[in-house]
Design a protein around this ligand. Structure first.
Ligand SMILES: *[C@@H]1O[C@H](CO)[C@@H](O)[C@H](O)[C@H]1NC(C)=O
Ligand SMILES: *[C@@H]1O[C@H](CO)[C@@H](O)[C@H](O)[C@H]1NC(C)=O
Ligand SMILES: *[C@@H]1O[C@H](CO)[C@@H](O)[C@H](O)[C@H]1NC(C)=O
Length: 573
């Protein structure tokens, strides 16, 4: 690139580089017009980015210094011998505000003491503290038994004490905590049904809570929403709130840069134009990826995962809509054998898909040392090939009008939903050093991949059955179950919801302490976040194929609109 020369836009000088970005974003606008969000608005919201780059750097320094001070203040608050109940609430807020990685040490110190003495003192503080404690311990991977709720149950520990029904706040916490259940935990089951029967008058206040329990919400989205709620909470810590806002805006600006990057990749690739039917949903795809890994240090991971996601969506459309069965068989075989000579036989649009796939596969492994890279690439190719094989099976089922049994359907469908490919790539992208054993293990579809994929698929089916039917996709788990058992649609949906719940409980146990030393906490979080994203995206219909108003709003608040921070200005003076 040439050295920056002055250009003029609206009478104000800007540098070449920045102008390039604007042009780029205008082009990007066409890509994302389906959801009416223009990246360009980013620049309108924050004009200083364009015109006062130096001021921005200065501002960044000020914010970083401020954040350091605020962190120290919050640290003191955690350590300052405050009441146990207060300490737990503070940690809960830190976590919900998306700041737990900043206070990792403090949080683990407090929680390990609690888990060592089985939360004895916490139980004395009441239901709310006990429930928060339980939720936090499970969430951070400490051992804790459902028995800590015994004191709140009748003599046989069958039912919760009726007197607790007045304790709304405690019940809300209990409700959230009950979603951390392991399979077969009876007390947790009765906790959930007890907490669900909350008195009618407060129903709307908890409408949001009962919508999706805390444990099933996408953490970064929760952080954004909770910042607004926390501000209004009694006894909130202004330092913590201020820190959360600074942190959110900082991470958001990092995500924005990555999104621009992803936009230029997609434009260069030109797949969207070649395959005109493809869902140009880069923004949603990136949003999805942020839901899986939002931590600012993992930009490379997000960049590559976005590519992976876009390829999945595009090639999925090739199989669903565009390709003839012969073409699809050929394509599947060529990928399966990685038969480079065979490519000439493919139609043009499939050649482009192949080449994009090849680039992405190599790009994903690029950060590894040569030996590891050579080791990893065949595995990555294999998971893609496995994905396409299930796409092909479904395409054939569809062509034949065949409705499989639920079991047969799920054996393919929990792979064709692509969680396997996403998490396999995530594993490689989060690691500097891979191990062959773990790659092998991941390839064999272990629970840590299977369960979130299953949830992903079932949530998807619950939400998209009618839309997908219209588009001509294969039948979903709902139709399969109805045909197999003669159940009504309502019964089938209930059954599928139950399968989702069971999978969540299995997943909770899977993730509990020490069970998976070979996987990093980040990877485990990513895997559970995949299930959370599925719950979120499909909660109000199919968020990916037909993003609802609500989801568009979420994308805006997460990726486009920064949080105005009055406190900033005060501190700047
Ligand atoms: C449970 O969820 C509700 C609604 O989001 C929230 O107000 C409450 O603080 C949560 N409690 C716990 C323990 O997470
Ligand atoms: C796949 O990508 C690698 C690395 O970029 C390249 O060397 C190779 O030629 C590509 N293969 C095909 C068939 O395009
Ligand atoms: C998908 O279904 C086909 C046909 O029922 C079956 O042969 C195949 O094993 C299934 N694939 C997977 C990955 O289970």
């Amino acid at each position: 690139m040439k050295s920056p020369t002055k250009h003029s836009l609206g009478g104000l000088p800007i540098t070449n580089r920045v102008r390039g970005t604007i042009l780029h974003c205008t082009r990007y606008q066409t890509l994302s017009k389906s959801i009416n969000l223009s990246l360009f608005s980013l620049f309108l919201i924050s004009p200083p980015i364009i015109f006062f780059t130096r001021n921005i750097i200065l501002q960044e320094e000020v914010n970083n210094r401020l954040a350091e001070e605020l962190m120290q203040e919050v640290r003191n608050q955690i350590n300052d011998g405050i009441k146990l109940q207060r300490q737990l609430e503070l940690i809960e807020s830190i976590d919900r505000l998306g700041l737990s990685s900043l206070f990792h040490e403090e949080i683990y110190r407090v929680l390990s003491v609690l888990s060592l003495n089985n939360c004895k003192e916490v139980i004395l503080c009441g239901l709310r503290s006990t429930a928060i404690c339980f939720q936090l311990l499970r969430r951070f991977g400490f051992q804790i038994s459902e028995g800590i709720f015994d004191d709140f149950m009748d003599g046989d520990h069958d039912a919760f004490l009726p007197t607790l029904s007045d304790d709304v706040i405690g019940l809300l916490s209990l409700y959230n905590a009950s979603y951390m259940a392991f399979p077969g935990e009876k007390k947790m089951e009765s906790a959930r049904s007890f907490a669900e029967i909350l008195p009618g008058s407060i129903e709307s206040a908890i409408g949001h809570a009962l919508d999706l329990p805390l444990h099933r919400r996408m953490p970064w989205m929760e952080a954004r929403m909770y910042i607004d709620m926390y501000e209004l909470e009694d006894g909130m810590s202004p330092a913590l709130l201020h820190l959360a806002k600074i942190h959110f805006n900082k991470v958001q600006s990092i995500h924005q840069k990555e999104l621009k990057h992803a936009g230029s990749w997609w434009t260069r690739l030109d797949l969207g134009k070649t395959i005109s039917f493809s869902r140009d949903r880069l923004m949603e795809c990136f949003f999805y990826v942020v839901g899986i890994v939002h931590h600012p240090d993992y930009g490379f991971c997000r960049e590559k995962l976005t590519q992976v996601g876009m390829l999945i969506a595009t090639i999925d459309d090739v199989y669903d809509v565009y390709g003839s069965l012969e073409e699809l068989e050929l394509f599947t075989q060529i990928i399966d054998r990685w038969d480079i000579k065979g490519i000439v036989e493919l139609p043009y649009y499939m050649k482009i898909c192949f080449s994009a796939l090849n680039d992405t596969i190599n790009g994903v492994a690029n950060h590894l040392y040569l030996d590891d890279r050579l080791e990893a690439i065949p595995y990555i190719k294999r998971v893609w090939a496995d994905l396409f094989k299930t796409f092909l099976v479904e395409a054939k089922w569809h062509k034949k009008g065949y409705i499989p049994t639920l079991k047969e359907y799920l054996s393919n469908a929990s792979i064709s939903i692509s969680g396997h490919v996403i998490l396999f790539n995530t594993y490689i992208l989060l690691k500097c050093k891979i191990s062959k054993e773990t790659l092998q293990q991941l390839q064999d579809f272990p629970n840590i991949v299977r369960l979130p994929s299953l949830i992903f698929r079932l949530c998807n089916d619950l939400a998209t059955s009618s839309a997908e039917q219209e588009r001509g996709d294969v039948s979903t788990s709902i139709q399969c179950y109805m045909k197999e058992t003669g159940a009504s649609e309502e019964e089938a949906r209930l059954y599928i919801s139950m399968l989702i719940n069971d999978a969540w409980n299995d997943m909770n146990r899977e993730y509990s302490a020490c069970s998976k030393p070979q996987f990093s906490q980040r990877f485990i979080d990513a895997s559970i976040n995949l299930a959370r994203m599925a719950s979120f995206m499909y909660q109000h219909g199919d968020g990916f194929s037909a993003p609802s108003h609500q989801i568009k709003g979420s994308i805006k608040s997460l990726l486009l609109n920064s949080i105005s921070n009055n406190l900033y200005e005060r501190d700047m003076q």
